[in-house]
Design a protein around this ligand. Structure first.
Ligand code: SF4
Ligand code: SF4
Length: 424
């Protein structure tokens, strides 16, 4: 990362020595996990570039946008509609973090037995390591799992928080509640930016976000080919970058990458040798730079062909209907789309099991690895039922509970290798 950014980081009040240390570790980790791959697509150079500039050029872009009067909104959950943020010409960035940093400080705000994802975003803030968080004019939390809900209360003393209510069930009363919350959030964004959300700007924003989701759907269809033409690690990175890159630029890059993939599929060129077991991941989101498990899997003789996760299919499966002509109709279309999200914080949530089975079938997966972050009650609970559903359908499955530390890598590798061996 260039020295030219140092002044910008200082202005953002980052802890410069600690931040330098983080970037050094991140660079090494990325080199080991990503640049060591053979036969990568040319289109991945764009993603390598974006990641190499994650705290540099992208932050500079956010600062430039702010200088022009635009606002930056940070989020932690796919329930916060990006369409609304774009409609008021604000920039939305994902703030979930995937590294152990500042955990000691975080554990003074939340209990030790809190999932790593939550401790990570708090730790990054308290240790002054995240230029995205420091660039935000508004940070939007949501009432999903109890861990996040309570963490936002503590986090509010340190950041400009706003919390959106997300229902826990999918009855008509829950839909009405979520619709009211969408309207309340629209009003908040209007107050923040001084801009009105209209049928015109919302229709354009819906088009932009649908295009991004369509590009990622195309990517998922192409990777389902046999042999699979792209590694799971690369697709995970693409999904991670989708949360903080400019949406229009990102979509164009992914469409281009898909053209390259199409040519590869036509030539039946795979990224792994024929007969390599095809695995699907299901469970908790994996935020940057949480690449531990995908690396373990793909260095154990398997290839990942799908991610049933919010940094994966759950975020792109459904589009917003774009045939509404009035603001009210568009809000309804947004609400309908977001209420289809099958997060484990819902009860009941039987559609998630059905979606996992459908996805595994579509991808011709040989097995499923359930990934649960330690102390995540919603996904740990569902892992039992999902495991049963997979067993009933005859799909081999392995359930893994882990966190961001590297201490269990050898143990994970032993378990994954045994699973892959069994599939072979
Ligand atoms: S898993 Fe649930 S709480 Fe987490 S980002 Fe996804 S929808 Fe939000
Ligand atoms: S991984 Fe689980 S506990 Fe952690 S934020 Fe997501 S839903 Fe909550």
């Amino acid at each position: 990362m260039s020295e030219a950014y140092r002044e910008m980081w200082e202005k953002l009040n980052l802890d410069i020595p600690a931040h330098d240390g983080l970037l050094a570790v991140l660079g090494k980790f990325y080199g080991d996990i990503y640049m060591s791959q053979q036969n990568r697509l040319k289109g991945m150079e764009y993603l390598d570039f974006v990641l190499s500039e994650v705290h540099g050029l992208r932050i500079k872009e956010l600062q430039d946008a702010k200088a022009q009067g635009r606002k930056v909104v940070g989020t932690f959950c796919v329930f916060v509609p990006e369409e609304l943020t774009l409609a008021v010409d604000a920039v939305q960035v994902g703030l979930c973090a995937g590294a152990e940093a500042g955990f000691d400080a975080a554990e003074k705000l939340v209990p030790r037995n809190t999932c790593a994802l939550i401790k990570s975003f708090i730790g990054f803030k308290l240790a002054r390591l995240c230029p995205f968080t420091e660039s935000c004019d508004l940070i939007v939390g949501e009432t999903t799992c109890d861990g996040k809900k309570k963490a936002y209360e503590a986090f509010a003393a340190h950041a400009p928080m706003y919390v959106m209510e997300v229902p826990q069930q999918k009855n008509p009363a829950d839909r009405a509640l979520f619709r009211a919350e969408v309207v309340r959030y629209m009003e908040k964004l209007e107050e923040l930016t001084g801009r009105k959300i209209t049928a015109g700007n919302l229709a354009a924003a819906i088009k932009t976000v649908n295009a991004k989701r369509r590009a990622l759907q195309r990517l998922n269809r192409l990777r389902a080919a046999q042999p699979t033409p792209i590694s799971g690690r690369d697709v995970l990175l693409i999904n991670q970058v989708s949360f903080y890159d400019d949406p229009v630029r990102f979509t164009a890059s992914i469409e281009k990458l898909c053209d390259e993939l199409e040519a590869r599929v036509a030539k039946a060129e795979g990224v792994a040798p024929e007969g390599t077991p095809r695995l699907m991941l299901a469970g908790c989101p994996m935020a940057v730079p949480n690449w531990k498990l995908p690396y373990v899997i793909e260095s154990s003789g398997a290839v990942i062909v799908g991610e049933e996760s919010c940094i994966g299919t759950r975020n792109i499966r459904d589009l917003v209907a774009d045939d509404g002509t009035t603001l009210d109709a568009m809000i309804d279309a947004l609400v309908d789309r977001y209420m289809k999200i099958d997060c484990a914080t819902f009860t009941p949530n039987a559609e998630r099991q059905a979606n996992i089975l459908d996805m595994a079938k579509e991808l011709s997966a040989d097995g499923v690895i359930q990934y649960t972050l330690m102390f995540c009650q919603p996904y740990a609970n569902e892992a039992i039922r999902v495991g049963q559903a997979l067993a009933d359908s005859g799909l081999p499955a392995l359930a893994i509970e882990t966190d961001y530390s590297m201490e269990d890598v050898a143990q994970l590798k032993t378990r994954v290798e045994a699973f892959v061996e069994m599939l072979k």
